[in-house]
Design a protein around this ligand. Structure first.
Ligand code: UDP
Ligand code: MG
Length: 349
């Protein structure tokens, strides 16, 4: 796995934004994020936009922004790897002392940077957004999300806070820990909780999508939920023994009942109940086999040690119009070296 860029850097903040088919919202996104960042950090920030194999015009649009805005780092993945992996790729490119993770659809208001920063200054390493309301989301999504967090909480020792997404502000040392985690099935918000340090919740109202539609249909949400559970808990593996005991006890009771009926001179009628029991037992066994398979399959995939994602291109134009930024870079040997590295990287394609 490609680790975070180790060059020390004068940047204060890296904003990390995964992008998948967000063409319609990118201009507004960059305008809002740039406004907020420059107000707080002046020139000392970057916005890392990770294009996760978008099929619309997102990438050319991001490149056009990167060409004229020196704060934008455009990272193109070789295909669609999914939200969590795009986020991981973005975190791998972080150079700032802080990382601010946002969604591209402006559901997480970038303006909250300042109040979240105040928390960091109080000594927290992670300030995570916790949703107080979710506009534009169905009761079904709200309901399933709530059940999911409660279930997950009951299955793991890691305290994964409820109603959080990936919207958070973190210090560099947390990002470095995340980048050092080689796992492939990444439930980032859980990994952040696992890292520890001092973490604070930041309640906020999640806005409706600025444009386009959610890329999290039910199937992807279920996949993410399974990733979360299998990454953080082995409790499901114990279901087999629990179920075994329950069915064993039920079988014994049935046996006593049958014996009692027989002693009273009768017989228990059989075929229908027997058929139902056989089907139920078969299904329970297959489901448990599936649960085991889920863990086994993940172990198999992890054992291949493939790279988590492939970056096909990074575009960044530190030499564009921004005069203040140029002066800063010219006077700073680390920034100069880094610029040379980046140029050679671009030349190498
Ligand atoms: N996203 C991504 N790759 C994907 C799906 C989504 O990078 O395969 C990005 C998407 O552009 C957005 C973020 O992940 O910035 C969250 O996605 P979305 O808004 O669709 O999810 P929701 O907010 O509905 O949970
Ligand atoms: Mg969204």
């Amino acid at each position: 796995m490609q680790l975070a860029n180790n060059i020390s850097n004068p940047l204060d903040l890296s904003v990390v934004i995964p992008v998948f088919n967000e063409e319609a919202g990118i201009d507004a996104l960059i305008a809002r994020v740039t406004g907020v960042c420059s107000a707080v950090f002046g020139d000392r920030y970057e916005i890392i936009l990770v294009n996760d194999g978008s099929r619309d015009g997102s990438w050319p649009l991001i490149c056009a922004h990167a060409e004229r805005n020196p704060h934008i780092v455009a990272v193109n993945l070789s295909r669609n790897y999914g939200h969590q992996m795009a986020l991981t790729a973005g975190l791998n490119h972080v150079r700032g002392a802080l990382a601010f993770v946002l969604d591209a659809d402006l559901q997480d208001p970038p303006e909250l940077l300042e109040p979240m920063l105040a928390k960091i200054r109080e000594g927290y390493d992670v300030v995570y957004g916790q949703r107080t309301s979710r506009q534009g989301e169905t009761a079904f999504k709200r309901g399933t999300a709530s059940i999911f967090y409660r279930l997950l909480g009951s299955m793991t020792d890691t305290n994964i806070p409820r109603d959080t997404g990936d919207f958070r502000l973190m210090t560099r040392r947390v990002v470095e820990q995340l980048n050092a985690m080689p796992e492939r099935y990444r439930f980032t918000r859980g990994l952040v909780s696992w890292v520890g340090f001092k973490q604070a919740a930041f309640p906020y109202e999640r806005e409706a999508r600025f444009a386009g539609q959610s890329h999290y249909p039910l199937t992807k949400m279920i996949a993410l939920a399974i990733d979360a559970v299998t990454s953080f808990s082995v409790v499901p593996l114990r279901f087999a023994s629990h179920l075994g005991m329950i069915f064993g006890a039920a079988g014994l009771l049935a046996l006593f009942w049958i014996a009692a009926v027989w002693l009273a001179g009768g017989t228990v009628q059989g075929w229908a109940s027997l058929a139902a029991l056989t089907l139920i037992m078969g299904s329970v066994q297959l489901i448990m086999l599936g649960v085991f398979g889920e863990y086994l399959g993940r172990m198999y995939m992890e054992s291949k040690h493939r790279p988590l994602f492939i970056v096909s291109e990074v575009r960044h134009n530190p030499a564009s119009t921004d005069a203040a930024g140029d002066a800063d870079r010219a006077s700073n040997p680390v920034a100069r070296m880094e610029q040379q590295l980046r140029e050679s990287f671009r030349a190498a394609g």
